[in-house]
Design a protein. Sequence first.
Length: 264
Amino acid sequence: MEHVPALTDEDLRFVVDTVGDERSGVGQGLDHLRAREDLLDVMLEDDRLVRSLLEDTRVLLRVSPALVFSVLLRRVIRDLNARPYTLERTPETVAVFDAPRVHRFVAEPAIWGYLVRMLTSFIRTETVTVFTKEGERYRRRRFSTLNMEDMIALAGLVGERETPPIFQRIADIALFTSGIFPDYLRSRHGRAAREHWRAVPLTPEIYEEHGRRFYRLAAGPEGRPDRRVLTALADEFPMARKVLELLSDRYLRWTRLSWFHTPC
């Protein structure tokens, strides 16, 4: 579980309380369970955790988003292993027999761990403030980390060393939006009113193009953190999007609008 954010003590208590597995060794303390990654992996696969997260929204006030996404993405991996196809939504919904390939992609710990961290990062809105000089005056500009165009504009204002994480965020926005909120990009209702001022059109094709491009830019030269994962996301952007679409359709539709703000 080295690729996933550390679970809190309350997360571990919830897992033990829900699964009630005597093998957890809870009597020896939470540090014992945290050290037993093999056992914790098995417990996080338990159906009772999924049922509790889906049926009792009060649980979401108790546990961390990292635990929620860790459990639900594991369930997506299981779902992909249980059927041979995924659904591809073009003008029509088409079954594509690529589930084994998508399963292999997301089952890699580095990939699904990255997706857990990425999803967690979209829970809260953050802004970046930059002062730019215009003539004799300085102007304060604020950029939302949920807004692709803000992040593209910010990348143009900072030095070359500061651009890789911003490029990565641009790609994350493209992946998150097209996977968790696919209808936001596919729906034509009201699009003209939303798009007349946009530099980045709201279409799945454009968001995929930006996702691939900026993941590659973020990956940069050898030695960068997450370079292999970022390169894989650039190469296999549609598979990553399908994973998030399945997560959204099956497990997040009941709560995603209260957890996430649609990037605008």
